[in-house]
Ligand binder design. Structure first.
Ligand SMILES: NC(=O)C1=CN([C@@H]2O[C@H](COP(=O)(O)OP(=O)(O)OC[C@H]3O[C@@H](n4cnc5c(N)ncnc54)[C@H](O)[C@@H]3O)[C@@H](O)[C@H]2O)C=CC1
Ligand SMILES: O=C(CO)COP(=O)(O)O
Length: 338
């Protein structure tokens, strides 16, 4: 039998913590790295992440650290669990470590679902720019941290570009288990874009809910969101079928239904009269769809991609457009073929 993988998870928000819990339960040597030493100390003492994922005790084998040097040297796989807007900082910290500290075949796996506004880059685009020698991929799908931490079942997509080699297969096997079924993909761009776009559509779904528009409206929104995801994604170099998979349609459905999503809740609060900028300025947890809406607005405008839903969410978030007005503008566009 092959040796268990050594896993390091950088970023102790809800999702990084849930992935660390999962990896430890899968029997892997796992270290969770917090950005702030005081958070690492608190988690070591309490054996729980009370700030971001309360109520889920750490398994006895889960190590906690804030020392990147120590945590990365032995890692076969490094999950980057920070939000997209904090990813460049994490990568820069890793790049500053003594050269050669990372194993040459270590896999860097992004868990983030947002585009960088200044560059329009996906999380893996950022990682590749900051750490050009590394092997970079992402893991994405319908995975609310709280449910994964509870051990509820789900499925995900593990995507690496052209180097879907033996280490990637080893990772797919190592993290798959009775509660998580992991599929492999070589469409890294598509898997990342699906995860990023669904967060913007979740804001629209929250607006739908907040305005009390009903189930028909939500179903229509999600269906047209998939059509838009495909149109935007193809223009940005992704493959069609990826958007019908777990990181596209799957995560769209998860995020736009139920009570878990921060993006959906954000949309609901706007529809009830709060200002987007104000909510964000008081928000401790990640609402990736807010910045990502702006990044897609810039990308679609510069490439003349027609993306009416993304555009309306942008105007709601950045131009104080009332959600009811956005709905009206969507409904009264020129009619066309499905
Ligand atoms: N929470 C979830 O259920 C899931 C989240 N994701 C994605 O994972 C990524 C991380 O999200 P969560 O773990 O939910 O985050 P979170 O909302 O639980 O925590 C935010 C994290 O970001 C850090 N942070 C905040 N501002 C920062 C800054 N300026 N610089 C550096 N770090 C900063 C905080 O210390 C904290 O670790 C996001 O891209 C999210 O879309 C993906 C799947 C599931
Ligand atoms: O990506 C997620 C579930 O797959 C989490 O969504 P939110 O960030 O909207 O909570």
């Amino acid at each position: 039998m092959s040796k268990p993988l050594n896993i390091t998870v950088c970023g102790a928000g809800a999702w990084g913590t849930a992935m660390a819990l999962h990896c430890e339960r899968q029997g892997m040597s796992t270290t969770l790295v917090a950005r702030r030493p005081e958070q690492a100390t608190q988690m070591s003492r309490e054996r729980e992440n009370t700030d971001y994922l309360p109520g889920h005790a750490f398994g006895s084998g889960l190590k906690v650290s804030s020392d990147l040097d120590e945590a990365l040297g032995d890692a076969d796989v490094i999950f980057l669990g920070a939000p997209s807007y904090a990813l460049r900082d994490w990568c820069a910290r890793i790049a500053q470590l003594e050269s050669g500290i990372l194993k040459s075949d270590a896999l860097l796996v992004s868990l983030a679902k947002g585009l960088e506004v200044s560059s329009g880059k996906t999380p893996c685009g950022i990682i590749k720019e900051e750490l050009p020698a590394s092997i970079v991929g992402c893991l994405s799908g319908p995975t609310f941290a709280g449910e994964v931490a509870q051990g509820k079942p789900t499925a995900m997509t593990l995507a690496f570009g052209d180097d879907c080699g033996i280490q990637v297969q080893a990772l797919q096997n190592a993290i798959s288990g009775p509660n998580l079924r992991v599929y492999a993909s070589s469409d890294l761009q598509g898997v990342e874009l699906g995860g990023c776009m669904k967060n913007v559509y979740a804001i629209a779904a929250g607006c739908c809910q907040g305005l009390g528009l009903g189930d028909n409206a939500l179903a229509s929104l999600l269906t047209r969101a998939v059509a838009e995801m495909v149109r935007v994604g193809l223009d940005l170099g992704a493959s069609l079928e990826t958007f019908y998979g777990l990181s596209g349609f799957g995560d769209l459905v998860a995020t736009c239904h139920g009570e878990w999503s921060r993006n959906r809740t954000f949309g609901e609060e706007i529809a009830k009269g709060s200002s987007a900028a104000e909510i964000i300025s008081n928000q401790k947890t990640a609402v990736e769809g807010y910045r990502t809406a702006k990044a897609f607005h810039l990308a679609c405008s510069s490439r003349s991609i027609e993306a009416p839903i993304l555009e309306q969410v942008y105007q709601i978030c950045y131009e104080s457009k009332p959600p009811m007005q956005a709905l009206n503008d969507l409904m009264t566009r020129d009619l066309k073929k499905e």
